[in-house]
Every structure is written in C-alpha cells, then in structure tokens.
Design a protein around this ligand. Structure first.
Ligand code: ADP
Length: 264
C-alpha cells in the first residue's frame, strides 16, 4: 500500500488533523512489471531481424559487396527474409494486443465443422506438400456457434506448427470428435515433440522450446498465445500432450451449438 498524507487546517490556519489516503498498488506494479517485460522481449525480438537488415544494406550501400555478385544476392535474400519476419512479428504483436484488449469483435454465427476443416486443410496443403508431409483428416458433421475465420486461424496455426516441427515423409492428422457437449479438435504429429516442462509455457507469448526456433523455423513465438486467446473467447480450452522425440498432440475444445443459439 502506498500512503499519501496531507495536513488539515482550520480557517485560521491552525492544524486540526491529518488526512491519509492509502492506495493498493500491487496490481499497478504487476501491470508495470508485465509491460516492462513485454517491451524488453519485443525490443529483443525486433532487434535481431533489424540488425541483419541494417548489416546487409550497409554492405551494399558502402560498395563493399556488389548487388549483382553471388555474395550480394545472398545478402539481399537475408535482408528480404528478415523483413518478412519483422512484418510477421509486428502483425502478430498487434493482433495479440487487439485480441487481449477486446478490440477485435468475434463475428459469431453457426459454423459447420466440416466446412472449416476443409478450409484449414486447403490453406496448409501447399506447405505440407513442400515439406513432404502427408496430411490425414477425419471429419464429422457437427456445428458450433463461433467465428468461422478465427477457428480456421487456430487450426491452420496448429497444422503449420505440426508440419514445421516434423520430418519429411511423416504424417500429420487432423481429427474432430464430439465429447458430451463439446467438440474436440486434435492435431497430431510425429515430429520432434515437446519436453514436459514446456507443455504449458509454449502457450505464453514468445515462449519457444528452442531459442533458435524463430530464426530456423520462421516463427514469432506468438501463434499459440493467439490460439489460446481465440479458443478461450469461444468458451473452450486448449492444451498439448507430447512424448518428447516421438510427436505432439494439440487439443482444443469448442462448446457444441446450443438449441437457443440455433433459434437466433
Ligand atoms: P512459433 O511462431 O515459434 O511457432 P508458437 O507460439 O506457435 O510460435 O509455438 C511456440 C513454440 O512451441 C514453438 O516455437 C515450438 O518451440 C513449440 N511448438 C509448437 N508446436 C509444436 C509442435 N507441433 N511440435 C514441436 N514443438 C512445437
């Protein structure tokens, strides 16, 4: 508690007492600490691609390296990739901030599970083909009340991760089942897996299993935090299970559509 005191006087200026106001600043301190931590992580994440763009352009501008030379072309490619990752990072930061502060309204309507599963598969098929991953889907005729595009976003995010962290020739499964009044979506891979002590922290912003994941795999460490926010805004839960070295399963639930929602 932070105390502020003021002396109180009567009309003649004679002290008659003290007024003390106490403010509970625990929450404010926690917010400030979170903000500081966020700024320090963000600036670190921004600095990495910015440093390589700066270095690359410096070499070209000074004439040390000719743009048409082999080395020049390599440097230009690095700068272009770093720019892409900066754009991805800034977009993800803004999106997560807007989701967390409630600035993005979900557009809810009755959604057919079959439809969104097909949409998500269509969006990742090319990435899977390029990575040599076989996608397997089982579908079911279920409905929920929610934001179609946002749930497709969660599915594509989980599928892209499953593909990204798997070896060529392995399989990724997308399944959906009904469990009492919930729809359970499962994305399963045979990839590198996740250590048990990281299974929860990976859903926090910027948490990656390996510090080099963003550089090597092109991620931002924000995808799962965005997924968690979207799923929770639908009244569902998201979690991961894994056998390290053998693969991972990502699960999320969305409540089944209720009768009164169908009538609306
Ligand atoms: P990123 O943009 O880095 O993929 P995410 O928030 O989507 O960010 O994931 C956070 C981290 O969780 C990843 O960097 C990776 O270390 C780990 N991860 C996520 N999905 C998988 C998976 N299917 N297999 C192994 N590790 C995963």
């Amino acid at each position: 508690i932070s105390w502020n005191s003021t002396q109180m006087c009567d009309l003649q200026g004679k002290p008659i007492g003290m007024m003390c106001i106490g403010e509970d600043i625990t929450a404010r301190h926690a917010m400030e600490r979170m903000k500081d931590e966020f700024i320090s992580v963000v600036s670190h994440e921004l600095r990495t691609p910015l440093t390589s763009i700066h270095g690359a352009l410096g070499l070209l501008v000074s004439g040390i390296v000719q743009p048409q030379s082999e080395q020049g072309q390599r440097i230009i490619k690095i700068a272009a990739e770093s720019t892409e990752s900066l754009v991805r990072l800034v977009n993800d930061i803004l999106e997560l901030e807007r989701l967390e502060s409630g600035k993005i309204d979900l557009i809810k309507k009755i959604v057919q599970v079959q439809e969104i599963m097909l949409k998500a598969i269509e969006l990742v098929q090319l990435i899977a083909n390029r990575a040599g991953i076989i996608l397997e889907v089982t579908n079911q005729n279920l409905e929920f009340y929610g934001d179609c595009d946002r749930i497709v976003q969660v599915l594509t995010n989980l599928l892209t991760n499953a593909i990204k962290f798997s070896e060529r020739g392995s399989r990724v499964w997308l399944d959906v089942v009904q469990q009492s009044d919930q729809i359970l979506f499962v994305v399963q891979d045979q990839g590198r897996g996740i250590p048990s002590d990281k299974l929860e922290t990976i859903f926090e912003r910027f948490h990656q299993v390996d510090a080099s994941d963003s550089r090597r795999k092109g991620g931002t460490g924000l995808g799962l935090a965005i997924c968690r926010n979207i799923v929770e805004q639908h009244g569902g839960k998201i979690w991961a299970e894994s056998i390290y070295g053998k693969g991972s399963n990502f699960f999320f639930t969305i409540p089944l559509v209720k009768a009164d929602e169908i009538n609306n």
